[in-house]
Design a protein. Structure first.
Length: 285
């Protein structure tokens, strides 16, 4: 798939990661042991596991910023599935530059491929239903746009990116505002016509209040079991988008999806995704 992340976001993230790694003096190990003129060829390849690719442009950018003379060829595109041992990138040029960018490139690829691969695992489990697996704001600080992109690479969909792009009225908002109706009325009076409103409900009575008041675009059905979810979806009757949240795990994912809910949100696909094992193999010439 074509990257849907701004090139400015990509470059900013990679520059920050390289600056963190280079520190004040750069790669003193390579400076001490490798000639400034030494050239090398290398590949980045998967180790023992298959996966779904995400973040290839960040890896390319890491080598380009470390040394503009380095030549990088991507052999796969984000969103594609790769097998164990698959070569994903070929790199050639300054040996010092390649080694200096190696860890940043692998960190981005390993992290984002881990998210896309876990998301694909979840998405495959519910592919027989209409439900979509959805991410949350439980992301690594500073990397949200990239991690949410990885979710899309794995076949998931994105929830809001921050506090400013949609209204999500949660239980604490409801408690402080004085109830479901009060919170919903305030939100409707505040937002413009292009801003969507979602409201969280914990009970079917709250759901009925939301429907009676009107004006919500989506409802978050929080910590409801399958039977209660089915009843909630029947009550909604297609008038709003329905989202199941709270207590979602891979073990109960299929059962939740089969209730007829539109979205299933999971923080686990970002905050608990294990990094995929990738490595850089270098050939000196």
């Amino acid at each position: 798939m074509t990257s849907q992340v701004s090139p400015f976001v990509i470059e900013q993230a990679v520059r920050a990661a390289l600056a963190e790694d280079f520190g004040r003096a750069g790669d003193i190990t390579s400076q001490a042991t490798i000639s400034v003129n030494a050239q090398a060829k290398a590949v980045i390849a998967a180790r023992k596991k298959s996966g779904v690719l995400a973040g290839i442009e960040l890896a390319v950018k890491a080598f380009e910023l470390a040394d503009p003379s380095i030549r990088v060829v991507a052999l796969a595109q984000d969103g594609e599935t790769f097998a164990p041992g698959a070569v994903l990138l070929k790199i050639a040029g300054s040996a010092r530059g390649i080694l200096a960018a190696e860890r940043v490139a692998l960190n981005f690829l390993g992290r984002l491929c881990g998210i896309s691969t876990l998301t694909a695992h979840y998405a495959k489990a519910i592919a027989h239903t209409k439900a979509k697996i959805c991410c949350t704001r439980k992301t690594t600080p500073g990397l949200r746009a990239l991690e949410k992109y990885a979710v899309r690479c794995g076949g998931g969909v994105n929830h809001r990116f921050g506090l400013d792009d949609a209204v999500l009225i949660k239980d604490n908002h409801i408690a402080i505002a004085g109830g479901v109706v009060a919170a919903l009325r305030r939100a409707k009076a505040f937002v413009g016509h292009l801003v969507k409103i979602e409201i969280e409900v914990d009970t079917l009575d709250q759901l009925r209040e939301v429907l009676e008041e009107g004006g919500a675009d989506a409802v978050l059905l929080d910590n409801m079991g399958p039977a209660e979810l089915r009843e909630a979806i029947a009550i909604v009757g297609g008038k709003m988008t329905t989202e199941a949240s709270g207590g979602i795990s891979f073990d109960n994912l299929r059962e939740v999806a089969e209730t007829g809910v539109d979205l299933i949100s999971s923080g686990a696909i970002t905050h608990s995704a294990p990094a995929l094992d990738l490595g850089l193999d270098v050939e000196i010439h």
